[in-house]
Design a protein around this ligand. Sequence first.
Ligand code: 5GP
Length: 231
Amino acid sequence: MKPTANQIDIIEGAWFSCTFFIRKRQDYFRYSHPIPFLLSEGKIIVITAPSGSGKTTLVKRLLNACPKLGFSVSACTRQPRPGEADGKDYYFYSEDRFKTLVDENAFVEWEMVYTGKYYGTLKSELQRIWKAGRVPLVDIDVKGALAIQDAYPDASLTIFIQAPSLEVLRQRLEQRGTETVHSLEERISKAGFELSFATQFDRILINDNLETAATELLDTVQSFIEVDHMA
Ligand code: 5GP
């Protein structure tokens, strides 16, 4: 017996609802965050600092001293600086590629850190490090760090590295010699703004002496990694 047009409508409607529901479930599993039973999530160390605070040096020393950590390579749309390598310092993406990844919900957090320059932490990067049995070390700006703190309140340790003063910060940036007059001023002004968020972090570390700051950072990170935060 052939179904009537009405019956076909009903079957098609039911089929559509069913596939819609399945698609929504897939989106939920793919995109919702966090998904503890699909991602083997662990702890995360988040380090932030106004640029010129000596963060990069401290992060390098920390990574050498603590093999349990894995550096989370961010995606960004700025040009590589001399000596920087794609996939090691950053994934250097075009703006189009970056925006496609945003649409695909591939980032834990992302933002326009400087005018026209996007930066973001890839979910795939955190998973890669967790899968290797290590703890991701995420080196990002203040807003990104607070977004990760929100997403992983129990599993994250957030550390704010502070230069002794904005004047010292300016001198360090000038010595580094990588900025134009405009980008230097933009970084200084952003640094002043970021300082006002310092108290929202789990730890504030003042980098007036590199050796002391490096030791303090290593101790803080190791104690966090060793403690069973779920206990
Ligand atoms: P730079 O251009 O000097 O490498 O980095 C500029 C700023 O972007 C730094 O404060 C750095 O921490 C921040 N940054 C790097 N990666 C990320 C990221 O994935 N997300 C966010 N929100 N900031 C990032």
